[in-house]
Every structure is written in structure tokens, then in C-alpha cells.
Design a protein around this ligand. Sequence first.
Ligand code: FO1
Length: 312
Amino acid sequence: MALRQKIAVLIGGVGGAKLALGLANLQPTPQLTFIVNTGDDFWHLGLKICPDIDTLMYTLAGRVNPQLGWGVADDSTHVLDSLIRRYAWDAWFKLGDQDLALHLLRTAAMRDQVSLTDFTSRIARRMGIESTILPMSDVEMPTLIRSRESGEMSFQEYFVRQRWQPAIQQIQYDSGQGASLPARVDDALTSADMVMIAPSNPWLSIAPILAVPGLRELLAALPAPKVAITPVIGGDAVKGPTAKIMRELGLAVSARTVACYYEGIIDGFVDDLRNPPFHFAGLRTTRLDTLMTDLPRKVALARNTLDWVRGW
Ligand code: FO1
């Protein structure tokens, strides 16, 4: 029997989860390990919240809210309603009741000194997810946003409370105060037949992963093919603030800028058919339909990317 191909994917957010679902629905299914951004994680109402891990888990388990791309489908909001109506709480971060169950369990596990990696593996298994989901680090590495209007703020303060409206002056990535590369992340990358960078926001979702000590250097030295997929289609992002942030950072809103950003850590780049072609010395590029509006399109992008890289 042929060995299942091992693919490690750097990932974060709603756009990344779409590709993850495409990869997980390939036949035969590759052996998938997702290395997930935890720069968005925060403590809220005493609970440990890990939005990108949860978005990925709910998506792969078929439980995600399809309209939002995050949270649980058909979730109720009894707790949230109580907080607002009975206690006049400023409930700016929306937590559904079923989603809360996961945050309660995770918080209890953290208090019992269970690592985020072990907790995530346990929950993913209980959700029936076959892929491996690894937080980029067990040490907290919160991304901080600085803007002229609002000064320094936490990621969720910027993203949710202020609806990503403040113009970004600087993004500060945490390197985990000397934390080292988690052994399971190291293993997943070292043993991978291919590494992919999902079409997640490079500055908000992928850069925090690249800030994990040792990860960028390891990636650069890996002999396996490493390929990124563009989050920019037709001069804009499908959803979210990618294009806005690029403009605020003084960058041209193009797939070329994204490929440039990943220089040194990728050797292939999947651009979108709608984008103008570009060439970089030493970088293989292809143009595919990267708009993942339904499951067949997600699977097609995963399949076409793998077929392209296998043909190198
Ligand atoms: N995004 C929002 O825009 N508003 C919310 O109230 C919100 C709540 C929320 C709760 C749990 C969760 O896992 C994700 C949630 N998100 C919410 C999404 C999240 O803030 C972002 O998608 C990511 O952090 C960016 O990748």
C-alpha cells in the first residue's frame, strides 16, 4: 500500500480553514498536520479563547457557522443574552452557548496545567477530526496592534471590538519570551513531504507563526517543497482586512507583494487566475482558481495545488 503523503500546513483564520476542508476531503486523504496561529488567543470573561484553533476544528468537524465562518452553526446565545440584559455587560465578543462549552473545558484544562497542544489533540479527536491540529506554541504569544488613533491594543480589541477600523501603524509579534519550537511542530515540518502556507492573512495569521523561535530558520532549511497560496484575488482579499492592512503598511495590494513577503521560506507560489502574472527568479509560480466558495472548489484548489507540486 502506498504511504499517505504527509503535508504540514501553516494556517490561521477563516480563509485558511476553507483550504483545510478541501485538503481533508481529498481522496486519498493526505496525512495532514495543521500548525495554527495562536497570536489571536486571549483571555475573556476568565476564559481562554483560541479563535483560529476553534475555527479550524469546527470547520473540519462540519460544525462551523457557515454565515460567519467562525463559531458553531445554529448556536444559542442564552449566556450572552443574560450578560447583556441582566448585567448590562458590554458583550462585544460574541460567544455562543455551545462555543462556551469548549472555552470552559479549555480553561479548566489550562488551570490543571494541561498543555494547549494536548488539550487540542484530545478535543479534535472527540470531534471526530482525523487531521492533527497543533497550536504554533504552548506559550502565549499574543499579537499586538499599534495605531495612531488607539495606541497599542490586543488583537481582538482591534479585530472585533474596533472592527479592524484603526489604521495599523505597527504589528508586534511576540516571540514567547525565549520559548523554543515545540517538538511536535518541529517533527511535523521535518517529516513533511510538502509544506503549505494557507491563503490566510500573511500579516495577522501567518507572521505570528513565523515568529515562533526557530520556525522560520527550520522552514528555510527544509528540503521538502514549500508552497504558499495567495490570499489576494483581483487586487483585494476575499474577506477581512488583508488589503486594508497592506495599504496601511505602504505595500502594493498584490499577490506579488505576498510572494515577496514569504521570500526565503517558499519555493512555490499559487497565484489566482484573475491576478496579473508575475515572475521572481528562483520562485515557481502557477495560476489557479483560488476562490473557495463551495466544497468542490475547496477540494479542487487542494487537488490542483498538490498535483502541481508533485509535477516539479
Ligand atoms: N469575530 C467577530 O467579528 N466578532 C465576534 O464577536 C467574534 C467572536 C468569536 C468567538 C469565538 C471565536 O472562535 C471566534 C470569534 N470571532 C469573532 C472570530 C475571530 O475574532 C477572528 O476570526 C479571528 O481571530 C481572526 O482570524
